[in-house]
Design a protein around this ligand. Structure first.
Ligand SMILES: [Fe+2]
Length: 267
């Protein structure tokens, strides 16, 4: 099967016309499936963009997770409710966070979780310069930055636990290769941040609780392979994490209708 991986489409800034080009682009690629690893739009439009894709690409399976931007301007649970209703209606739309491993071919499965950054750093300097704590209602309502950082960590830990279960299930079910779709990269190796703030920035760009869970499980199954597809950092990187773990991130294109970040995957 042929799949097209897209990440960080950020249709927010140009959604009125970018959605047309996105559908046309996918149709031209003649793929069986699309994998989207988050930051599709923002909280106000993410369900609309997904509805638009699902209704115009009815013969294509769409596997997706959402990113931090997809929660902006909303309560988190409200976005989740919208996505649940949408995926009930459109059977070609699969929100991987809410699903167990899905078979792609006899030997290959896909799992996923939106993920979150794990904020393992001693100071909160960087977070004050990010927008998530301000623009996502749940975090803005919290009383202090410490409380928000704790909530970020919990979200990261929950995603790690979820992926742990799904990965074990996929391995036990006999799949040889497992694709993992998650918005925030689980490994710092894909981060290209440099300079004095790199360490702090990495804490915002890495879900290393999930990375540790994956490493632990995959080291016990050297005959299996995990390919992790992520976004968030907007770097185009493919990193070999271990003998059987590869992690890829890809570019984003905020304003253009061209999708510079696409990748065709033969499965
Ligand atoms: Fe992001």
């Amino acid at each position: 099967m042929r799949a097209l991986w897209l990440t960080d489409t950020h249709t927010t800034f140009s959604f009125l016309w970018k959605k047309y080009s996105l559908v046309k682009y996918i149709k031209n690629k003649k793929v069986d499936a699309v994998i989207i690893t988050g930051d599709i739009s923002n909280g106000l439009f993410v369900d609309y963009i997904l509805y638009y894709l699902a209704s115009h690409l009815r013969n294509i399976e769409i596997y997706f997770v959402i990113g931090n931007h997809d929660l902006w301007f909303r309560d988190i649970e409200d976005v989740y409710d919208d996505l649940r209703k949408l995926t009930e209606t459109y059977k070609n739309l699969h929100w991987l966070t809410e699903k167990d491993a899905i078979e792609l071919t006899k030997d290959v499965a896909i799992i996923g979780n939106d993920g979150w950054y794990s904020c393992r750093v001693d100071n909160d300097f960087e977070y004050k310069f990010t927008f998530d704590w301000m623009l996502i209602n749940d975090f803005r309502k919290m009383k202090s930055m410490e409380e928000r950082i704790e909530a970020f960590k919990q979200k990261s830990l929950e995603s790690a636990k979820d992926i742990e279960g799904k990965l074990i299930n996929a391995i036990d079910a006999g799949y040889k290769t497992i694709f993992l779709a998650t918005h925030v990269p689980p490994f710092k190796e894909t981060n290209m941040n440099t300079g004095w703030f790199a360490e702090t920035r990495n804490a915002y760009d890495t879900n290393d609780y999930m990375g540790e869970s994956i490493k632990k499980i995959m080291s016990k199954h050297p005959e299996k392979n995990l390919i992790c597809l992520s976004g968030h950092t907007h770097y185009n990187v493919s990193a070999k994490i271990s003998n059987n773990i590869e992690c890829r991130t890809n570019k984003a294109n905020y304003f253009s209708v061209r999708f510079a970040n696409e990748e065709l995957i033969n499965i």
